[in-house]
Design a protein around this ligand. Structure first.
Ligand SMILES: *Cc1c(COP(=O)(O)O)cnc(C)c1O
Length: 366
């Protein structure tokens, strides 16, 4: 009846992972659901977490308004603040919390009379050199915000650049700079992303901001902290075999004929490609699950299809048998991502509108 390609998202897994972040840190947690909840569907994820989440974080006001439209009444933080001054009236009206990361935002916020005061997350650039004020500007900005009638509370925040690398000294350096700056202020603070929640207890200083871990993917590429084993995969990307054939030694597969059969062998074709968000750069050898068995991708990924070496399942396979591209507990997205020289974040957010998303919930959560 229809193309078998879809993503199945287990909302109970996302609840479990959110609760894991809270249990590990014993701190309030903003569920980071920017970029359509990393491709999992922001509305569905927010509604699934509504009764347990302390708040949500998104990239911009468009994403925040989408949450209010579906009835989310918790705090929603705009991680990049506002882009144009006219957003301020809406931010105050909707009571969004707002990052301030540069002088332009600071002055705009101080200058515009707001209908209601808002919570401001004042960002310190502790070494990532992306967004945030320098140490020189920070304390003045903090005092100005504290005394502004537009501001209810100031939360001091920073963002870590290398927390996904447990042996990298940068996290210690960033944390030391942040603590030195904010400790005298006696303010609420926020440091930890998913990698910090899973691997750096010294960052549990206040509000935590877990993103990728909510979806059950580990941000760590090399050594994994023990806590990462407790994550539950939320998304299973799946399709099925739409062709099975035997090719002879020396035959090539796909565009550019980049794969050559080393012997006479079974191969299959799966109905998913880069038009669905499967990475075109996935190399021959990238694992897929055919009937639950790991089989390697062969040749170049096409727009709507890709080819798979069926030797590991031998003759134990039929047309329309299920294929998992990532997920299902057996095949972590970060492992597939490595074969395509990318990260799980990009795989998830790269899922295209062509993919149907089906939601499921464990019975115990109903
Ligand atoms: C995206 C983002 C997060 C979440 O990061 P993860 O690595 O997905 O946990 C936290 N804080 C800020 C400022 C972000 O932009």
């Amino acid at each position: 009846m229809s193309r078998p390609t879809k993503a199945v998202v287990n909302l109970s897994a996302i609840r479990h992972n959110y609760q894991l972040a809270k249990q590990l840190t014993k701190q309030p947690a903003l569920a980071v659901i920017k970029a359509d909840a990393y491709g999992h569907g922001a509305t569905a994820v927010a509604l699934a977490l509504q009764d347990i989440a302390d708040g949500f974080a998104v990239a911009c006001i468009e994403e925040a308004l989408q949450l209010r439209r579906v009835g989310i009444s918790q705090p929603v933080l705009l991680l990049e603040g506002f882009f144009t001054q006219d957003e301020l009236a809406v931010i105050a009206e909707q009571q969004f919390a707002c990052v301030v990361h540069n002088q332009w935002q600071l002055q705009a916020l101080l200058a515009e009379p707001l209908s209601k005061p808002i919570n401001v997350w004042l960002k310190f650039d502790s070494g990532m050199h992306r967004l945030g004020l320098s140490a020189n500007d920070y304390l003045t900005a903090y005092q100005q915000l504290l005394h502004s009638p537009n501001v209810q509370q100031v939360i001091c925040m920073t963002h870590l650049a290398s927390a996904d690398e447990l042996t990298d000294p940068m996290t210690h350096d960033q944390l030391a700079r942040f603590k030195q700056l904010v400790q005298p202020l006696n303010a609420s603070v926020s440091v930890a992303n998913s990698a910090a929640v899973l691997g750096w207890p010294e960052t549990y200083l206040g509000w935590v901001r877990p993103g990728i871990m909510l979806y059950g993917a580990s941000p760590f590429v090399k050594k994994q902290p023990d806590s990462a084993t407790a994550l539950q995969t939320a998304m299973t990307l799946q399709s099925s075999l739409i062709a099975i054939k035997t090719i002879k030694k020396g035959d090539t597969v796909g565009y550019g004929a980049t794969y050559q059969a080393p012997e006479t062998m079974y191969m299959g074709v799966v109905a998913i490609g880069y038009g669905d968000g499967y990475p075109r750069h996935a190399r021959s050898g990238t694992p897929l699950l055919v009937n639950g068995v790991r089989c390697p991708l062969i040749g170049r990924v096409s727009m709507d299809m890709l080819a798979v070496d069926l030797r590991p399942v031998a003759t134990n396979v039929q047309l329309n048998d299920p294929v998992v591209l990532w997920g299902g507990g057996e095949l972590p997205a970060h492992e597939v991502a490595e074969w395509a020289d990318t990260i799980a974040y990009e795989l998830f957010t790269g899922i295209t509108r062509r993919i149907k998303v089906e939601y499921m919930t464990n019975m115990s959560d109903l």
